[in-house]
Design a protein around this ligand. Sequence first.
Ligand code: PLP
Length: 376
Amino acid sequence: MKKRLLELAEKYGTPLFILDHNRIRANYRMFKKNLPRVQCYYAVKANSNQEIIKTLFNEGSSFDVASYNEFMQVHEYIKHFKKNEKHFYIWDKIIFSNTIKDRDTLRRIRRYRPLVTYDNLDEVKKIKEHCNTAGLVLRLKVPDIGSQVEMSSKFGAEPAEAYDLIRRASEMGLSVEGISFHVGSQCTNFDNYTSALEITSEIFHDARKKGHALNIIDIGGGFPVSYDSQVPRFEKLAAVLNAEFKRLFPDDIEILAEPGRFMVANAATLVTEIIGKARREGKIFYHINDGVYHTFSGVVYDHWIPNFKSFRQGAREVCAVVGPTCDSFDKISQSVQLPRNLEIGDYLYTENIGAYSIASSTRFNGFEGAKIKHIY
Ligand SMILES: Cc1ncc(COP(=O)(O)O)c(C=O)c1O
């Protein structure tokens, strides 16, 4: 594999983001195999590269979109469908999981009868005014303890308000279809999922008893990626979830999930090049041609700790790896064990960098970011 990475770096130049679509397909199939009751909506935000959407579309995936533009990226593959088929596809296989949607977006998607999430009364009023064709899914605030990226401080209705939000939306003539949550991204504490399902089930059964025909449970994302050996296995989580679905919910409901990271994180490797080397206060600084404003943006936004490996061997010491921009904030890692004999022109590589990386890359300082090489 190292040889192949080197060949590609030599051929296409660096920084090079190598994206393996075989891994994406394998991740999708593994997800479906272990969670057979769950309809899988790929969360496009994790990596919105068009080729990924195409691969997952061809696998039969559904999609979670955060914006009108992400919606249009999926629409690209259904634009030739007949009107009825297209409308059915959108209803059945796309969810707008961003709890706050601007008015213009709502007006633009109104004609499709979209499925959208909400978590407050002002949003209900906005949906009523600008997109009353929508099906609504109430997003709950649930525990996200220990997750790499927490969600509950910004999203989700308090469970105590939930019934009221379902009732008020129904009274306004909107159709409430179900309940959703997100336990935080890279959730390795499976108790978050079980607590969230317990909370959801109480609200779900109470609402049904009071005459609201809810039929969707959306368990969000958070499915952990094996970045290291400490991460509990996805199969274990799937077994817990399957048992909880059976225990807590009737068979007639639809269960949705919105995995982002899980589908793409391990499908990409980044090859970078050392462009400068300096000793600063005793520590070697390797300056490379990609940084936190670019493919390593996940260090900032995703709280991700990247890994670095070298192609050349040698005695190791603790080094810093920093990005190419003029900003001193552009430090990717302050302490990484690397050979001390690496030179300008040598390559490094970083695995498992497929999620929340190029998705939030900028062009800061005029650097373009990584080239993408797709492997099919
Ligand atoms: C509403 C929603 N769904 C799904 C996801 C994807 O989460 P993950 O990448 O942890 O699977 C996110 C991530 O931010 C999200 O906000």
